[in-house]
Write a protein that binds this ligand. Structure first.
Ligand code: HSE
Length: 401
């Protein structure tokens, strides 16, 4: 019997307790992992909660209980969560976490701590919620030389963009509606500014290419500047707008990594990933392209991934699973703005002026008073900035080829 402590009793933590309680027998039957939640760490009281007697408020109770072999961290952020994860590992307990910020910022340090003590640190739920992606990357695709990983990594922004595309509504209106319906948080900054997707692409890049990338190293653009006009031009070109996180190695072995909205052909697999769904594409030299699709957020999908890690940790109590990457450095990350790609440009200028400034362009057949929308040939962001000088450029959005 593996005795577990769940840290945090919010959406994810309560989902983890619920799944272990509800499916414990099935899990034991299928995997021989016999799991019992012994403690729930939370600052709040939950009078009348069915698991009320498991609640503790002091982490040292968990830290000093030798029966606890696995800690499931579901607090989030890098405050108490970081302290407790360090203390759990130092006191000989394996850790499972859904906390992308923790892994994106401190994964290298925490993996080393786990390795030194022959413990597991597993974090499947930190990327893609319930979608199995990290384990397949680390295990099933291990035979491949991976060259690129990219995808729709944030459900909230995908929901907002989907509604903007379907109903032609402006960003602010859709965001307000998403908040009222509970799809977007009261403070949506991490989602709409791309920070959440940034943390997830850092984790995917570290696992794919073996070196830690810190969020501060990643050029990150969210969706707040996307307008209904941009979407209308994209639709007229047979394209859709999606927020992508993208990481790939260039010829010098440096990492090109960024988060940004992209226009893509509506036939592209990612263009048809809608609402709160996430999808991640991995490119490997043996497998070619493989796509992972599913619900990237939510109580039970995320709990499903956390509990799968708890099962794995309990089955590998003696033989640590090999998940490791080394620290990167600033040299490892290339300047994403130097990467040549096609761009969608919306500007207040004539077609002749656009051709004179941007060279060969494909004009989008859509009329908006005094505006033109076009797609450039591949050029770096610096090239676009130089061409834009002295003109009234209203939008510049990457195009996915
Ligand atoms: N806020 C995140 C999203 C939750 O919208 O995808 C899952 O990480």
């Amino acid at each position: 019997m593996a005795k577990i402590a769940v840290l945090g009793y919010g959406v994810v933590g309560s989902g983890v307790v619920e799944v272990i309680h509800k499916n414990g027998r099935t899990i034991a039957g299928k995997t021989r992992a016999d799991l019992e939640v012994k403690y729930i760490l939370t600052r709040r009281d939950y009078p009348g909660d069915p698991f009320e007697e498991l609640i503790v408020k002091d982490f040292s109770v968990i830290e000093n209980d030798p029966e606890i072999t696995i800690v499931a961290e579901c607090i989030g952020g890098c405050g108490a969560a970081l302290e407790y994860v360090r203390r759990a590992l130092k006191s000989g307990k394996s850790v499972v976490t859904s906390n992308k910020e923790l892994i994106a910022e401190h994964g290298c340090e925490l993996l080393s701590l786990a390795k030194e003590r022959n413990l597991n640190l597993l974090f499947e739920a930190s990327v893609g919620g319930g979608i199995p992606i990290l384990r397949p990357l680390n295990q099933c695709l291990a035979a491949n030389e991976l060259t690129e990983v990219y995808g729709i990594l944030n459900g909230t922004t995908n929901y907002i963009l989907t509604k903007m595309i379907r109903h032609g509504l402006p960003f602010d209106e859709v965001l307000k509606d998403a908040q009222q319906k509970g799809y977007a948080e009261a403070d949506p900054t991490a989602d709409i500014e791309g920070f959440d997707a940034c943390r997830k692409i850092c984790i995917l890049a570290a696992l794919s290419f073996g070196k830690h990338v810190y969020p501060r190293q990643v050029k990150t653009v969210g969706i707040t500047q996307i307008t209904a006009e941009d979407i209308a031009f994209a639709s007229a070109a047979g394209m859709r707008v999606k927020l992508l996180g993208r990481a790939m190695l260039n010829e010098e072995g440096k990492l090109i990594i960024y988060v940004a909205p992209h226009l893509m052909d509506e036939e592209n697999q990612l263009a048809n990933v809608e609402d709160v769904f996430n999808a991640i594409i991995v490119k490997g030299d043996a497998i070619g392209d493989v796509m992972f699709y599913g619900k990237g957020a939510g109580k039970l999908p995320t709990a499903s991934a956390v509990v799968a890690d708890v099962i794995d940790a309990s089955k590998h109590a003696e033989s640590r699973k090999y998940i490791h990457w080394v620290d990167g450095n600033d040299d490892y990350v290339a300047d994403a703005d130097a990467y040549p790609m096609r761009w969608f440009v919306r500007a207040a200028m004539t077609e002749d002026e656009a051709r004179a400034k941007f060279g060969k362009i494909t004009v989008i057949p859509h009329q908006t008073e005094g505006q033109i929308g076009f797609i450039t040939e591949p050029v770096s962001r610096y090239g676009i900035n130089a061409a834009s000088e002295g003109c009234e450029v209203l939008s510049v959005i990457s195009v996915l080829d």
